[in-house]
Design a protein around this ligand. Structure first.
Ligand SMILES: Nc1nc2c(ncn2[C@@H]2O[C@H](COP(=O)(O)OP(=O)(O)OP(=O)(O)O)[C@@H](O)[C@H]2O)c(=O)[nH]1
Ligand SMILES: [Mg+2]
Length: 325
């Protein structure tokens, strides 16, 4: 048996080290990555995916840490992926998180992994999804993905998980800001953390007000929990709240609908990525683009026509030479 097959087999049996090695390969864009993903895919899809997002420093990691413990106490195997959308230079904090969590959970069988933009080849969202599938196939029943809610990352987390926890703090400011961040739309469960500080009730009320005023018809009304992760307060209620969303998803094929919508998006992105790779392969190699610019500049041809022509030629060449990978 090939070494890679042995590694895959061990990971599927739940061995942590093998799983970690597979994830590393996928992360750095190893040539065996697509083989690995093809082999593990049929074994994935059994885990419950939970996303945790919110502003920097809201207490997400502390909260995840507490939730992990509750899942472990209840005999669930857990995998955690911490996503750092920032550059490798600011990635130090996350590594700190991971180490801290690892120490706390020495007694539990938890798989922790951090992903940072600086290390990952081929897109953080894509790699996070791939890594979580490997974890899923390795038998982790609960997969938690933590990401800082800045910009695109919170939308990505909604694309990759079954239940999204949006963590806010009393300082999160007025509700308008919450809405601007796009967090309102993706939240399945709201958490007002650091409830030991003043203003927690107020922010909970303004979230509630916004939910009530929201025009969108919702099958699920996102509950709001007040927690104090560092003081271990409100965690049991939150834990139950997460499971109630899980139960909601298991009625009327909602989970299936959600995951299929995610798959549709994923496929669209992958097809687009492959398509543009095929299109650009030769054009970039031949530095043909400059020549085309000259033609357009001299008004020999218009941009629309040339773009269409290029795509047509490129696709024809690709299929005739049978170079589609
Ligand atoms: N007062 C108070 N502090 C808290 C609470 N939860 C977490 N903290 C503190 O807030 C700080 C940030 O906590 P983290 O868990 O690292 O926050 P985070 O959201 O994961 O941070 P990033 O991943 O860097 O965005 C730490 O010093 C925690 O001890 C809480 O409920 N109350
Ligand atoms: Mg964190």
């Amino acid at each position: 048996m090939e070494e890679i097959d042995r590694l895959i087999e061990k990971s599927l049996e739940g061995e942590k080290l093998a799983t970690a090695r597979l994830i590393s390969m996928v992360e750095r864009g190893d040539e065996r990555a697509s083989y690995i993903l093809r082999k593990v895919y049929p074994h994935s899809g059994k885990a419950y995916y939970i996303g945790v997002t919110g502003p920097p420093g809201a207490g997400k990691s502390t909260l995840v840490d507490r939730l992990v413990k509750l899942f472990c106490v209840n005999d669930y195997s857990v995998g955690v992926i911490g996503v750092d959308p920032c550059s490798p230079f600011t990635g130090g904090a996350l590594l700190g998180d991971r180490v801290r969590m690892n120490i706390k959970h020495k007694e539990w069988d938890v798989f922790f992994r951090s992903m940072s933009a600086g290390r990952v080849m081929g897109g953080l969202a894509k790699t996070t999804k791939e890594a979580s599938r490997i974890l899923d196939a390795s038998g982790r029943k609960i997969i938690i993905i933590e990401t800082v809610g800045v910009g695109q990352s919170e939308l990505d987390i909604a694309q990759a998980t079954d239940t999204v926890l949006v963590v806010l703090v009393p300082e999160s400011g007025d509700s308008v800001q919450v809405m601007k961040a796009g967090l309102m739309e993706i939240a399945d469960v709201f958490v007002v953390n650091k409830a030991d500080r003043p203003g927690a009730e107020n922010i909970a009320l303004s979230i509630q007000g916004m939910l009530d005023r929201s025009l969108r018809k919702r099958e699920w009304k996102p509950p709001i929990f007040l927690t104090s992760a560092s003081l271990n307060k409100g965690l049991d209620q939150l834990y139950d709240g997460v499971w109630s969303h899980y139960r909601h998803l298991h009625h009327d094929c909602r989970l299936e609908t959600r995951r299929k919508a995610q798959l549709k998006n994923e496929l669209r992105q992958l097809i687009e990525a492959q398509f543009s790779e095929v299109i650009w392969r030769n054009i970039i190699n031949n530095s043909k683009l400059e020549e085309l610019v000259e033609d357009v500049w001299e008004q020999k041809i218009d941009p629309q026509t040339i773009a269409r022509k290029i795509v047509r030629e490129q696709l024809r060449d690709t299929f005739e030479n049978n170079t589609v990978g």
